[in-house]
Design a protein around this ligand. Structure first.
Ligand code: TXA
Ligand code: MG
Length: 339
């Protein structure tokens, strides 16, 4: 199969491919997604094949506006409408009770479904033109860092999807925040583009799923099935160094050795300390939004440099920091040291 690369003038073509059962790489504000018609069982099955994704890992349904929620969900709590009003379109996924119209293959047989209304206007225009909800996981091969550019998506999916719609670089850079509204108090299943503190502002108490901050113990099952898989991992092992930025940079400097094959992911302020190594900058130590935007790109760049080991500075968990720490920790298989 030859993968078409489509531009902003070709949104209708992407919509036609979706409607006819094809797979399309879709731009969103968080990361690129691997989309299919969410009501077409056979098309959705192809997503799992293209990604190499385990069948027990459910997909998010993407809709162009909040009014579509009622088509696919029932018993929608008042809090869902409040969250939609404040954060949609935007990087928030809500877990709600699904209606029977949503195929089992989308939800991996769960009685719930993840719903998201993305902020990227090309994405919403395409979904509206297709007239169907779009089931889409992140557009990476299973286990790899999510793609934040159309080029990264092509690197993983060339020949596996009919088309990729190029909507530019992703502005958020980490995936959506996932909140489960089917339990009390609501539960944060994955930190992401909307900080926890902003959700608490609307919801009051929010419970943190254990899978967000620590590895699961044997036999323990996360609420978001995807959180149990090795994820976001570059080829080389990663060591995450926690602590205030000066201390973590010092720790890396003391341990990195002089081999060119040791890569460093660090805040801009410290990049000049590591001139003899492949370095990827995450932005200022003060700017978690920039760190989120650059993280997956940095992990992919380390693969291209063919490093044998990666050292990474880690922000604290305030605001967007929680999502950055979560992705880095998972990329490292929770191999974390304190500076
Ligand atoms: O920003 C995003 O959310 C991106 C873009 C493309 O929208 N999508 C994304 O999808 O990150 P994916 O499949 O890579 O991650 C979705 C996560 C998985 O961990 C999955 O297990 C969980 O959401 N999930 C999906 N449906 C669920 C459900 N009904 N209950 C619990 N977890 C669910
Ligand atoms: Mg993913």
């Amino acid at each position: 199969m030859r993968t078409l690369f489509l531009g902003p003038g070709e949104i209708d073509q992407a919509a036609v491919i979706l409607r006819s059962g094809g797979l399309v790489g879709i731009p969103t504000e968080t990361v690129y997604g691997l989309g299919a018609n969410g009501l077409d069982r056979a098309a959705v099955e192809r997503i799992f094949q293209a990604k190499g994704r385990p069948q027990d890992n459910p997909l998010i349904l993407h809709i162009p506006d909040p009014s579509w929620l009622e088509r696919y969900c029932e018993d929608i709590p008042e809090t869902a409408w409040k969250l939609a009003k404040r954060f949609w379109p935007g990087p928030l996924t809500m877990i709600l009770r699904r209606k029977p119209v949503v195929p089992d293959v989308v939800t991996a047989g769960l009685y719930t479904v993840g719903m998201r209304c993305p902020a990227h206007s090309m994405c919403r225009t395409m979904i509206k033109a297709a007239g169907v909800p779009v089931a889409a996981p992140s557009g990476n091969l299973s286990g790899k860092p999510s793609p934040t550019t159309a080029r990264h998506m092509l690197d993983d999916m060339d020949g596996r999807v009919e088309a990729i719609l190029d909507g530019g670089d992703c502005q958020v850079g980490v995936e959506s925040t996932i909140i489960d509204l089917t339990c009390t108090p609501p539960r944060l299943l994955r930190p992401g583009g909307i900080p926890l503190e902003e959700l608490e502002d609307v919801l009051g108490e929010v419970e943190l799923d254990p899978a967000v901050t620590r590895p699961l113990e044997t036999g323990e099952r996360p609420r978001a099935p995807g959180m149990k898989y090795r994820h976001y991992a570059p080829k080389a092992p990663v060591t995450v160094v926690r602590g205030d930025p000066v201390h973590s940079a010092q720790y890396i400097l003391e341990h990195v050795g002089d081999s060119y094959w040791e890569g460093v992911i660090c805040f801009d302020e410290f990049a000049h300390w590591f001139e003899d190594h492949p370095v990827e900058r995450l932005g200022s130590s003060m700017d978690c939004f920039e760190q989120a935007r650059r993280l997956f790109r940095a992990l992919r760049a380390m693969d291209e440099d063919s490093v044998k080991h990666i050292w990474a500075q880690c922000p604290d968990t305030a605001g967007m920091g929680l999502a950055v720490v979560n992705r880095l920790s998972k990329a490292a298989g929770f191999h974390i040291v304190e500076a």
